[in-house]
Design a protein around this ligand. Structure first.
Ligand code: ASP
Ligand code: MG
Length: 599
């Protein structure tokens, strides 16, 4: 029998009327003949109020007791929801996280799910009941109540959909879907009808407003189709689905995002030797600082600049750590800028399209906006700009890609029935580790999964030295490259020192010479060409919410004495370029580091 998971957020269960409305939705699905499992959040601002209550008692509430307190919010909701459904004449039963055996690790207030026993839920569903489960909570192996971190009910819902093999997970919320960008910043933003897991993860700052990003990582790992929609209307919302279902012809960019809260740190004059970036990021990670963008461009005269961004609130601490690291590695200096922001465009269509970068850079140039740093992934281009003009930058790129006129696609919208992807349904046993089929289960459902390490030996690198740090430069260079029909993969630009910067990019080896030729016409300075490089990427689910992947990657390469020439990052991958002769060896050592099997 088909099963539907429905999750109702805090605003969707804020008062009796809303709870009854949510109950009716669950009943409708039940009457269509589906089994229905409902996950609820705490009502309205309950969780915030509980946090306040604790603060009135002590400034430092113990994390264990905090979880005991916070979990009560969801317990109220499940009981009321079960009463509502029963009052409307349909059998229902409520459960806490502990009652369904949702077992987590013991990191109170930010626990991760380890496994879920499905017996009790399956039995109740089989009896024709609508099952209501408290979101956001679980127990550790010693029966201590834990919570999954703020917004964690989404993760509960997707996890239950995964273990129960639900057809889909509906997320009912107070917005009607995921938008092409933040409508508060860009009023012309449009609702997206479907988006892939990776696009959603790459659009982190945009997606995070709508869904807990851990839940998307989860959905990707277990292939759970998600439908984000409004609790207050019947209009279809946004489907978050596998790539094959999300792809659409004629659309290169799906959304644009702004991460306002960034601060940039640069290590100047770092020696260009194996191990340097590792030692730097090891120090940063040891201080528990989460790093966002990392950019390193090719070295000149034996030294290089490494830039990275952190949340503004972590800046002071990061500067101290970076200064200590700089001293230890013999770098010249550490500089920083507190008021920067990251503007990104994301789209599956970029994989097979030239000229997306050009369009973005030109749109910014047209507004006179200077690009401080550039980093790319397969489906994302991010630039760092001054924070005061960031909103303007976002509007400019949103317009340039025609995102306000969204329905350009010639493909039919996604429907669950037409889904081209066969979801890899999990049996509960497989998740719980009590069965050998279908494959060895992950150690914990929510562990960080490095899904792959890739080696690309097909590309060469072009670097333009001493390009002026002015609006329009990158746009002109990539316009020429696009006009020459050359496909660009990685783009790396670090911040400028003394008004000049270097711009590196990779292209297919066969086009590298021509690309260098074309670029020469655009630059006052030297152009260098490395006809063959090895590009290594580590990609994974959970990279955004785990620290230290970069550190492990750089550490593994350092241990082999492999020098890193270029670095760029996105939310779901870290790319480096190394000497082409070391590619195979680097691939092997990264596979070992992340315990990935030989292909
Ligand atoms: N009630 C929890 C919170 O407010 C969990 C959730 O709503 O997802 O963070
Ligand atoms: Mg939420």
């Amino acid at each position: 029998m088909s099963l539907l998971v429905q999750k109702f957020g805090g605003t969707s269960v804020a008062d009796a009327e809303k709870i009854l409305a949510a109950a009716r939705r669950a009943i409708q699905a039940h009457q269509r003949g589906q089994q229905v499992l409902v996950v609820v959040s705490a009502r309205g601002h309950t969780t915030d109020e509980l946090v306040e209550m604790a603060k009135e008692i002590t400034a430092y509430p113990p994390a264990r007791e905090m979880d005991m307190l916070l979990s009560t919010g969801e317990q109220i909701s499940v009981a009321l929801m079960a009463m509502a459904i029963q009052a409307l004449g349909v059998p229902a039963i409520s459960f806490t996280g502990a009652q369904i055996g949702l077992v987590t690790d013991s990191f109170h207030t930010k626990a991760r799910i380890r496994n879920i026993s499905t017996d009790r839920m399956v039995q109740a569903l089989g009896e024709g009941k609508i099952v209501i489960v408290a979101g956001f909570q679980g127990i550790d192996e010693n029966y201590n109540i834990t919570t999954l971190g703020r917004g964690g009910s989404d993760t509960t819902a997707v996890a239950l959909a995964a273990v129960l093999g639900a057809d889909a997970c509906e997320i009912y919320t107070d917005v009607d879907g995921v938008y092409t960008t933040d409508p508060r910043v860009v009023p012309e933003a449009r609702k997206i009808d479907r988006i892939s897991y990776d696009e959603m993860l790459e659009l982190a700052s945009l997606g995070a407003g709508v869904m807990h990003s851990r839940s998307i990582e989860f959905a990707k790992k277990y292939d759970v189709p998600i439908h984000v929609r409004s609790s207050f209307s019947d209009a279809p919302g946004t489907w978050i689905v596998a790539e094959a279902d999300a792809k659409r012809l004629g659309v290169t960019v799906t959304g644009a995002a702004l991460a306002k809260d960034e601060a940039r740190i640069t290590i100047l004059g770092a020696p260009d030797r194996p191990g340097i970036v590792h030692s730097l990021f090891h120090t940063i990670a040891a201080n528990n600082i989460v790093v966002d963008m990392i950019v390193q461009n090719v070295a000149t005269e034996g030294t290089t600049e490494v830039s990275f961004t952190v949340a503004t609130g972590d800046l002071a601490e990061t500067i101290l750590a970076a200064e200590a690291a700089a001293k230890a590695i013999g770098a010249q200096a550490v500089t920083h800028k507190a008021e920067v922001a990251k503007v990104s465009v994301v789209g599956l269509g970029m994989r097979t399209h030239t000229g997306v970068a050009t369009m973005m850079f030109e749109a910014l140039a047209l507004e006179g906006i200077n690009i401080e740093m550039i980093t790319t992934s397969e489906i994302k281009i991010s630039v760092l700009v001054d924070r005061p003009i960031a909103a303007e930058a976002l509007r400019a790129v949103h317009r340039a890609f025609g995102l306000e006129g969204w329905e350009n696609s010639v493909e039919a919208p996604f429907t669950l029935e037409k889904s081209r992807v066969r979801t890899k349904r999990l049996t509960a046993d497989a998740v719980n580790g009590s069965s050998a089929t279908p494959s060895t289960p992950p150690p914990g459902m929510e562990e960080l999964v490095i899904s792959g390490v890739e080696l690309d030996e097909s590309q060469g690198r072009v670097t333009l030295f001493d390009v002026p740090d002015q609006p329009g430069y990158a746009g002109r260079v990539f316009r020429k490259i696009a006009e020459a029909g050359i496909f660009v993969d990685m783009i790396v630009q670090n911040i400028s020192t003394s008004g000049k910067t270097h711009l590196s990019f990779t292209v297919p080896s066969g086009s590298a010479e021509r690309a260098a030729e074309v670029a020469k016409g655009e630059g006052p300075g030297k152009v260098s060409l490395e006809p063959k490089i090895a590009k290594l990427s580590v990609l994974g689910v959970g990279m955004r919410t785990h620290t230290g992947v970069a550190t492990r990657m750089f550490g593994a390469l350092a241990a082999k004495g492999i020098n890193i020439a270029l670095i760029n990052t996105s939310e779901v991958r870290i790319n480096v370029a190394t000497d082409s002769s070391r590619g195979r060896e680097a691939l092997q050592c990264l596979r070992e580091t992340f315990a990935l099997p030989e292909e």
